[in-house]
Design a protein around this ligand. Structure first.
Ligand code: UDP
Length: 236
């Protein structure tokens, strides 16, 4: 239960997410592509494939391979980031694969690879969630069969208050009381969790509250994704 009324620096209510928008078909050369924006965080995703996996020893005769590559562009944050892969981007790339794979009917494409390149062009926290939302839409627009759409959002805690969708200040600089806890999650459109991470401390009760808050928000994200896909006639 939320224990006190908490004033967020952004002026948002505890259960209020940042404004979101989405667009499909932004990169004509890709087999599928999408953009997802949440506040100041913007992710773009491009799908190439399914195509034959090379080298051959990496082929799986039972199913295709989903290969996600997440990267933050150098000028996506105030302190320029060195380009190229690093430990964080390698970890987030794996997480994106794990969050999406459960809904992807990848067994229909044996011996192939589906490449999803996700670039964060502007970052203000929540980039992995924006990346998952953009990647899932890009895959749907590429015509890869999916059992469900997935929608990702973080909930968490600022001092003792459960809140939705932490921004960069709340995620990294907030130091009052117990500090902040960030819990990125991904849900299918029928409410099943495919991904959860917890960075910080939280009680069992508050974790339940955070999950419910994020699940409710994921339905709103799903509506925006669905509309973006419909607008290009590529709804799954
Ligand atoms: N960030 C940054 N430089 C970095 C990595 C992250 O400025 O090298 C910022 C960026 O705004 C990012 C935020 O810190 O969105 C939170 O990063 P985190 O690793 O928690 O992942 P995210 O919340 O973006 O999924």
């Amino acid at each position: 239960m939320t224990t006190k009324i908490f004033k967020r620096k952004s002026g948002r209510k505890p259960e209020e997410m940042r404004p979101i928008s989405a667009k499909v078909g932004i990169i004509p050369n890709a087999d599928g592509s999408a953009m997802y924006q949440s506040g100041e965080t913007i992710a773009i995703a491009a799908v190439y494939g399914p195509k034959k996996m090379h080298p051959q020893h990496m082929q799986d005769p039972g199913k295709g391979v989903l290969r996600c590559t997440y990267s933050m562009l150098s000028f996506s944050v105030t302190d320029r980031i060195r380009p190229g892969p690093n430990r964080r981007s390698t970890e987030i790339s794996k997480i994106i694969e794990w969050a999406i794979e459960p809904v992807l009917m990848i067994d229909k494409f044996p011996n192939t690879v589906i490449d999803v390149h996700i670039n964060i062009i502007q970052a203000d926290a929540g980039t992995r969630c924006a990346a998952i939302n953009a990647a899932a839409m890009a895959l749907a627009s590429a015509g890869i069969p999916m059992k469900n759409m997935v929608s990702s959002i973080a909930a968490g805690k600022l001092d003792k208050t459960v809140v939705l969708d932490l921004d960069k200040y709340e995620d990294s600089e907030f130091e009052e009381g117990e500090g902040s806890t960030d819990i990125p999650m991904t849900f299918t459109d029928d409410g099943k969790l495919t991904h959860i991470q917890i960075d910080g401390n939280i009680t069992k009760e508050q974790l339940k509250e955070a999950i419910e808050m994020a699940k409710k928000a994921s339905k709103k994200i799903y509506e925006v994704q669905k509309k973006a896909l419909k607008d290009t006639g590529e709804e799954k």
